[in-house]
Design a binder for this molecule. Structure first.
Ligand code: FAD
Ligand code: NAD
Length: 466
């Protein structure tokens, strides 16, 4: 049998790859991880989840202080001013701390970091920065990058037409930001810059925001973002852009075709989705083909069609989410070690970290109905005592259950802390809970989470507080 330098080599140190590498090392396998970026942590820690949440938090504090409920609760402030460079500095510090934390964890778990971009030579050999590295098992965890929009060229350095990475690093608040794409990135980063003072227009190709979420949640999202002052141009597509003197002119037309018009902006954020990172990997050298969406297909154990080569995270099908990648990272390491690593792809929560937050897990009402008879319980946050006390009236919780078995099929929430609330729904669904199980679980009072209990009671037709 061939002698390899490593038992496991992971390509990419995002939440999928770094977690797989740490777990593999914890399970006693000699492990290395290749990462081309200057710091570990991938998209999520460097230019994704973490910096966006730092700016969402900072901008929320600013909006709360400038226009929020402080005065209502008798908290008097002087004039509120924004120091954007300090806010950006704090975000950079958080990113540095967390990416440095992964480097520490690699050392602690004896994972070797191979610096550079990996290219396959064969199924057990890659080349990294002129070095040849061999491993019995290779895990592809190369993640994804921004999908470009033809005719709308991104130039993050110029800062006029930017992608999410550029929008996280702006050194000024735009007067008018046009966001192309009313998905998660568009609404989160659009919210950051709106809170800091920009006029924000969202141009979305579909007739609703947030594709993939429950229909009622999507409709409510449009109402909430409009009320916050965003201009929404739904069923509209951008067909081109030109930049002149720090201003962009976008050409837009109805998605179904029709008369074109133009919009001017001093910043345009292109956020129309992400695509898998496979260029330069040398997949042809190992005979690994991509599917029609440019993704690497795997079986349930995360094995690709090539023996010894595995794949996880954004580069394979499924939602492009850090926690999905992390769970796949743990599972792939366990499968390589001969254990049973499983990810239940039916129960992956999704959260939009705006104010309020939008969260869901499992089936939408539309998808559940298409499968068979359902019962739905709904409870408004306005009737939840904690939300009421905090003056956070927006949103609702919706529990969708199978009409025959009462098993919970999906839970959707719009609430200030919906992202935190949805964890209990995911856990209940993972345990195969019925709506009755949730309804008869004691929830602390007063908490936002009681709205999940009440919505579950609604499935049986008996909520108490409405
Ligand atoms: P990635 O994190 O993309 O990491 C892949 C790594 O592989 C990269 O560092 C790359 O440099 C490296 N790489 C690529 N090719 C090679 C090669 N040939 N050799 C060596 N290294 C290579 N998800 C959430 O769940 N919650 C959020 O709040 C959230 N917010 C986001 C906000 C933004 C602005 C963006 C852009 C994304 C956000 N996401 C969020 C999505 C999340 O970042 C991704 O789903 C997650 O990072 C995917 O993890 P991954 O390990 O598959 O890939
Ligand atoms: P997305 O798929 O969420 O949204 C893209 C939107 O752009 C869609 O609504 C789509 O209809 C629209 N669109 C596509 N082409 C268009 C066009 N030509 N003109 C106008 N609209 C167009 O993608 P995203 O917001 O770029 O995010 C990428 C990925 O990153 C997502 O898969 C998401 O899961 C992940 N992410 C997650 C979080 C989170 O979990 N909080 C945050 C940010 C990003």
């Amino acid at each position: 049998m061939a002698d390899y330098q490593y038992d496991v080599l992971v390509i990419g140190a995002g939440p999928g790859g770094y977690v797989a590498a740490i777990r593999a090392a914890q399970l006693g396998m000699k492990t290395a991880c290749v990462e081309g970026r200057a710091t570990l942590g991938g998209t999520c820690l460097n230019v994704g989840c973490i910096p966006s949440k730092a700016l969402l938090h900072g901008s929320e504090l600013f909006e709360e202080a400038a226009h929020g409920t402080l005065a209502k609760f008798g908290v008097k402030t002087g004039p509120v001013e924004l120091d954007l460079s300090v806010m950006q500095g704090e975000k950079d510090t958080v990113v540095k701390e967390l990416t440095g934390g992964i480097e520490f964890l690699f050392k602690k778990n004896k994972v070797d970091w191979k610096k550079g971009y990996a290219t396959f030579k064969d199924a057990h050999t890659v080349e990294v920065a002129g070095q040849t590295v061999t491993a019995k098992h290779i895990v592809i965890a190369t993640g994804s990058s921004v999908t470009p929009l033809p005719g709308v060229p991104v130039d993050n350095d110029a800062g006029v037409i930017v992608d999410s990475t550029g929008a996280l690093a702006l050194d000024r608040v735009p007067n008018h930001m046009v966001v192309i794409g009313g998905g998660v990135i568009g609404l989160e980063l659009g919210s950051v810059w709106r809170r800091l003072g920009a006029k924000v227009t969202v141009v979305e190709f579909l007739d609703q925001l947030l594709p993939g979420m429950d229909g009622e949640v999507r409709k409510e999202a449009a109402k909430i973002f409009k009320k916050q002052g965003m201009d929404l141009m739904l069923s509209t597509k951008v067909t081109g852009a030109s930049v002149d003197g720090g201003k962009a002119t976008l050409t837009v037309e109805p998605a179904a075709g029709g008369e074109a018009s133009t919009i001017e902006a001093d910043c345009v954020l292109v956020a129309i989705g992400r695509r898998p990172n496979v260029d330069g990997l040398g997949l042809d050298k190992i005979g690994l083909a991509l599917n029609a969406r440019g993704q690497i297909e795997t079986d349930h154990d995360f094995r690709t069609a090539v023996d010894g080569v595995w794949a996880i995270g954004d580069v394979i099908p499924g939602p492009m989410l850090a926690h999905k990648a992390e769970d796949e990272g743990i599972a792939v390491a366990e499968n390589i070690a001969g254990l049973t690593g499983i990810v239940n792809h039916d129960v992956i929560p999704g959260v939009v970290y705006t104010t309020p937050e939008f969260a869901g897990v499992g089936l939408t009402e539309e998808a559940a109905k298409a499968r068979g008879a359902i019962k739905v319980g709904k409870f408004p946050m306005m009737a939840n005592s904690r939300a009421k006390a905090n003056r956070e009236p927006e949103g609702f919780v919706k529990v969708i259950a199978d009409a025959a078995t009462d098993r919970v099929l999906g839970v959707w929430a719009i609430a200030s802390v919906a992202g935190t609330m949805i964890a209990q729904a995911a856990q209940a669904m993972e345990f195969g809970a019925t709506s009755e199980d949730i309804a008869y679980t004691c929830h602390a009072h007063p908490t936002h989470s009681e709205a999940i209990k009440e919505a579950a009671m609604g499935v049986q037709g008996k909520p108490i507080h409405m």
